[in-house]
Design a protein around this ligand. Sequence first.
Ligand code: NAP
Length: 315
Amino acid sequence: MTTPTSSHKRLIILGSGPAGLTAAIYTARANLSPVLIHGPLPGGQLTTTTEVENFPGFPDGVMGPDLMAQMEKQAARFGTDIKVETITDADLRSRPFTLRTSGTTYTCDALIVATGATAKLLGLPSEKALMGYGVSTCATCDGAFFRNKIIMVSGGGDSACEEANFLTRFGSKVYLVHRRDTLRASKIMQDRLQKNPKVEVLWNSEIQEVLGSKQQGVTGVKLFNNKTKETHEVKTDSLFVAIGHSPTSQLFKNQLEMDENGYIITRPNSSTTNIPGVFVCGDVQDHVYRQAVTAAGSGCMAAIDCERWLETQGH
Ligand code: NAP
């Protein structure tokens, strides 16, 4: 049996999306020797997207994973210590703050939380059972498995439209299933979708069950039309769920103030929280903008707030 180790750091940053990595770049350049801890999938949500066309400085676009790899390289260049570990417990009630993994207990004077958000699911038992067997939340990761097959995407926002368009590179046909008769997505995304001959939108439709088995994979879905009240089956080889995200904030429940959806509350125009010394940035505190560039901007705010706070504390 291995003995748990203990290690004290001045600053720990949790998360390696644009918010966490920008906080790392700034705090490393300020000689705060940050330790950045991320889970098994580095880079956050941008690593599951394809081309990013709206991050300033890339007039021809940039692939999400490439952008994140560049940010990580930049953070490492200034001395960020990047660790891959899963934090299982956080205690922010006493100082220094404590973060535990299965093998290590970290303490730190200041903490920047940039844990992001994760994909929401429909909540169907069949969706859970067939996850990885035809059901996916990541078009970039899994789209290529469905070359010349029928693909279905669930959702009506920008994510769903973007994924549906992207997946037409692979699928023989792409259904977009939406529960209402208008899309939530931006006009430009809707236009692209409507111009794509491979996409068919199934309006007013709710997925009741994903059909198939682990042996066969997904074979279809049972759809309920909430206008006609009829249920019917549609054949598909896959289901990509793209219905939004939930903030990754469970570790801090009952410690950091959150709204009813679990987004951590920061003080207006700052990254500060109800606990001095804990700063929050990126999608875990932002349900409004949720863009790579706003996440990066809030990471910079957290770094500057943190640096100033550490100075006042004499740490
Ligand atoms: P979103 O805007 O919250 O849209 C979620 C969609 O899923 C909505 O159409 C919603 O239906 C549907 N939905 C939610 N829960 C559902 C359920 N249980 N069953 C069936 N359908 C359900 O999420 P998003 O598309 O992930 O976008 C999030 C943010 O990121 C937005 O601000 C978006 O603009 C941005 N984004 C931008 C880009 C880009 O610019 N390239 C790409 C992706 C995302 P209703 O419409 O009926 O509520």
